[in-house]
Design a protein. Structure first.
Lengths: 450, 96
């Protein structure tokens, strides 16, 4: 859609073709771009997996939204004279007031749900008094700009300041001392409520002294609902994302087909003391006394296992090759597992390299994937390595499916079981698809928001 | 619970929307250059090829050129420049 809008602005009549499932989203997007009369044509969902003959039937058939022959919509859209509405576009200002109209607590709770401002779990209503108390958790003024956020790349970005973060932190149930952590996550400008059809989620991890200062759990049940700070910080980041970016409404600003529980809350801390390796943030160039937030973008799958047993190498190969090829895993190890790997002589980096080198599959299976085709193949076509080499491989050849830098390894848990999880999640700000695209530390400073 | 209270709005600050006009349309497509832009979603290239075949069969006087950006979801000013400089109209799909 972004291309279509830019081409229209540049004087090229353009018809964006979308599937019918995106009709509301298309309308909302063009309206927010000031061009509400863009002449969209639609075909039925899906397009993926259909044969050329089936797609030709779409072209020869009826546009399911405009209720006219598809090609009539296309040709009329390209040649039909402009109307007054087309010429003027739509200029308007939307404002969000600082305060809502006074109402009873029951009515306000109902309103927050009806407006789509909650995750449908109970919230703390953000009165001015509560928000002021929350703001005592940071030295920064409420009107300080924090960042911009959008549910996806082609939507307009909305601004938010420290006060908006504090409001959503109140709603989530945070205590004021958690606010610097929530601000760090939100300062990423990276939405925890992506609108993608693939139901992305963010999972965040905290390192450094702040973990103990605010009583985060990195022991038994570290990734479960067993700690006030873990639970409410992750929830605050999710609530802020949906509210600051202008919504997370199914069909309009959220298109995740299946959805994702991690869009409710997903935040934990690393167990630095019981890890055999340096803390994760130290491995990224920070000092141990800094506090940082890491954001993993994924949440598509979780593989799990125990050990490492004698056959761990086969287990790891099975887990990694069962991962979705586009979304590499970050590996979460209980300290018992990490210690055993350390005893075998593995460092974080050498284990990452082992994973990349040994988790292989036939090239034909790697490329037979919607997202490697959509997102990685263009890099292969452009000659970016290792994708170009993987693309040239014989379909029967065994190829790696991730690079060492695609893996991250973190340690958390209470040592009641030698358990590990491989969770879909690419480190935000980390290794992109091109070598050298990462700039500096990918972690977000918590200390700057104290 | 009937006492009224005042609470704060949790939403961010939306940008001002500036209206933009659509491009002027040609009266007909005969002799025009139509760019068919594959937005790189899986199977979009197959759809665009079918559109190209449709024009070849039904409107052979329209010159079609297949085009694609470097990456999905990432602007490609170089591709847009090629379309603006060399084309009259465009169709892009399939997706958002």
């Amino acid at each position: 859609m972004g291309f279509a809008l830019e081409l229209e602005k540049a004087g090229i009549p353009t018809i964006p073709v979308s599937t019918h499932a995106f009709a509301r989203l298309a309308k909302a997007t063009t309206l927010a771009a000031g061009m509400p009369t863009v002449r969209n044509a639609f075909v039925l969902q899906p397009v993926v997996g259909l044969s050329p003959a089936e797609l030709r039937e779409y072209i020869d058939g009826i546009d399911p939204i405009n209720k006219r022959p598809f090609m009539d919509v296309v040709l009329d859209g390209l040649t039909g004279p402009l109307t007054d509405e087309d010429y003027k576009g739509a200029t308007f200002e939307r404002t969000t007031p600082r305060f809502l109209e006074p109402d009873t607590e029951d009515n306000l709770r109902q309103r927050f749900m009806l407006e789509g401002w909650t995750d449908y779990l109970p919230i703390i209503l953000p009165t001015e008094e509560r928000v002021e108390a929350m703001l005592k958790g940071t030295s920064h003024p409420g009107d300080l700009f924090v960042n911009r956020m959008a549910p996806t790349a082609f939507r307009e970005k909305w601004d938010f300041d420290v006060e908006k973060v504090a409001i959503n932190a109140v709603m989530a149930g945070c205590r004021p001392e958690y606010l610097p952590v929530v601000l760090a996550l939100c300062s990423s400008g990276f939405s925890a409520r992506s609108s993608s059809t693939t139901s992305w989620a963010t999972i965040s991890m905290i390192n450094g002294p702040i973990r103990d200062e605010i009583g985060m759990n990195y022991g038994i049940g570290a990734m479960g609902p067993y700690n006030h700070a873990n639970a409410t910080i992750g929830r605050a980041y999710c609530l802020l994302s949906m509210n600051a970016q202008g919504g997370s409404e199914p069909g309009v600003t959220y298109m995740g087909s299946v959805g994702n529980n991690w869009n409710t809350t997903a935040c934990f801390a690393e167990n630095e003391a019981d890890s055999p390796w340096e803390p994760f943030h130290v491995s990224k160039g920070h000092s141990p006394d800094e506090s940082t937030a890491a954001i993993f973008f994924g949440g598509w799958y979780t593989q799990a296992g125990f050990g490492p047993r004698d056959s761990w190498q086969e287990k790891f190969k099975r887990c990694i090759t069962a991962a979705d090829h586009f979304s590499p895993p970050f590996i979460v190890m209980d300290p018992l597992v990490a210690k055993d790997f350390a005893k075998m002589g593995y460092t974080r980096d050498s284990l990452r390299e082992w994973c990349a080198e040994n988790a292989k599959m036939k090239a034909k299976y790697y490329w037979d994937d919607q997202w490697t085709t959509t997102l990685i193949k263009p890099h292969a076509d452009a000659g970016v390595e290792p994708y170009a080499t993987w693309m040239k491989a014989d379909p029967e050849d065994m190829i790696s499916i991730f690079r060492p830098e695609d893996f991250e390894i973190v340690v958390t848990g209470g040592q009641t079981q030698g358990a590990f999880k491989m969770i879909s999640g690419r480190l935000v700000g980390g290794a992109g698809f091109r070598a050298g695209t990462s700039k500096g530390s990918p972690l977000f400073s918590i200390d700057k928001w104290r | 619970m009937t006492q009224k209270i005042t609470v704060m709005d949790p939403r961010g600050y939306p940008p001002k929307v500036e209206g933009k006009r659509l491009a002027t349309r040609p009266e007909r497509l005969d002799g025009k250059v139509l760019y068919l832009i594959d937005c790189l979603f899986d199977n979009a290239d197959v759809f665009m090829e079918q559109l190209r075949l449709w024009f070849a069969e039904h409107m052979p006087n329209v010159e079609t050129r297949l085009e694609r950006p470097k990456e999905s979801w990432v602007d490609d000013p170089e591709m847009r420049r090629r379309v603006v400089e060399g084309g009259d109209v465009a169709i892009i799909g399939v997706g958002l």
